[in-house]
Design a protein around this ligand. Structure first.
Ligand code: HXC
Length: 282
């Protein structure tokens, strides 16, 4: 919407977790705005599907599977696979995430680590791998990280994710200053609830979506295309003077409610635990 096929035509953008949800929506949006797009992730089939959707619409895309953001060697190897196919990557979107709803007293050290290693360590490994390449090449790259409004408010029941997303936001602001020397811009988007399969399966208790919608001042969830448009703007030269910023896209939710999942504290804790167990599928 509003962008043309030359908005991103100088860009080759790599999106982690590009096989579904918001990652796929951004990949399709960037391709429509003229970018070459690389979608990376662990599983091949969803990535292949994203690439097919883009190429069938006349765009250029490639994928690399087995791209585990937690593993710096896999990230390095995956970026090389992509650059062999598409040429130098010029922009990165840290979109891959993991999350679950849990009472914090029920989370093991490994559970905390599972989320932080995907979200925080993964975003660092990807940013560092591409940043080093860009600095060596003299390329003014751009990084966009998907965080959430509870990166600054914190949120009950998603403590590992809140810690990790706060870290990603701190990385964004820190490097916006440190790497401005190289012309590299880093920004973040903080989405409220967007109904994507991965996130809603983990984060929306059954039957609670109407309550969640009612708590949003604009009274609806976000549409993936709306987020893709914002991402296109931030990755484009239209945002050449924007760096170290986080743009919220949540229908006014956090201003009205603060912590995303804090509302669950009004229910008896045993009921909350029973619902979280059901979501987990135990
Ligand atoms: C407590 C849990 C748990 C739960 C897993 N664990 N689920 N603990 N409550 N619901 C614990 C396990 O017991 C284990 O610890 C550890 O976490 C690792 O679990 P695994 O299943 O072995 O890990 P893995 O296969 O790596 O799975 C990672 C995952 C999974 C994050 C747990 O959910 C995943 O792959 N998710 C990817 C998709 C996703 O989550 N997308 C949503 C992102 S949305 P022990 O000690 O038992 O070994 C998002 C948006 C937020 O982030 C913003 C909203 C507004």
């Amino acid at each position: 919407m509003g962008f043309t096929a030359d908005t991103l035509d100088a860009e080759t953008i790599l999106i982690t977790g590009g096989g579904g949800g918001l990652g796929r929506a951004m990949a399709i949006g960037f391709a429509a705005a003229g970018a070459k797009v690389a979608v990376v992730g662990r599983r091949e089939d969803p990535l292949k599907e994203t690439v097919a959707l883009i190429t069938e619409a006349g765009g250029t895309a490639a994928y690399s599977a087995g791209f585990d953001v937690r593993d710096p060697a896999a990230v390095e190897a995956g970026v090389t696979v992509i650059e062999d196919q598409l040429g130098p990557v010029t922009g990165l979107v840290n979109n891959a995430a993991g999350n679950f709803l849990a009472c914090t007293e029920d989370i093991s050290p490994n559970g905390f680590n599972a989320i932080v290693s995907i979200v925080l360590h993964g975003s660092f490994h990807c940013t560092s791998t591409l940043g080093k390449r860009w600095i060596e090449r003299g390329h003014a790259g751009r990084v966009l990280s998907i965080v959430t409004t509870y990166a600054w408010t914190g949120s009950a029941f998603v403590v590992p994710s809140a810690c990790a997303k706060a870290g990603v936001l701190a990385m964004t602001r820190s490097l916006a200053v440190e790497w401005a020397e190289y012309g590299i811009r880093l920004n973040a988007i903080a989405p409220g609830p967007f109904p994507t399969k991965g996130a809603f399966a983990k984060l929306m208790p059954p039957g609670m979506d109407e309550e969640a919608k009612a708590a949003i001042p604009l009274k609806r969830f976000g549409k993936p295309d709306e987020l893709a448009d914002l991402a296109t703007y931030l990755m484009s030269d239209m945002a050449a003077y924007v760096t170290g910023e986080v743009v919220t896209i949540d229908g006014g939710e956090w201003l009205a409610n603060g912590q995303e999942f804090g509302r669950f504290t009004k229910y008896p804790r045993d009921n909350v635990k029973a619902i979280l167990k059901q979501i987990r599928g135990d």
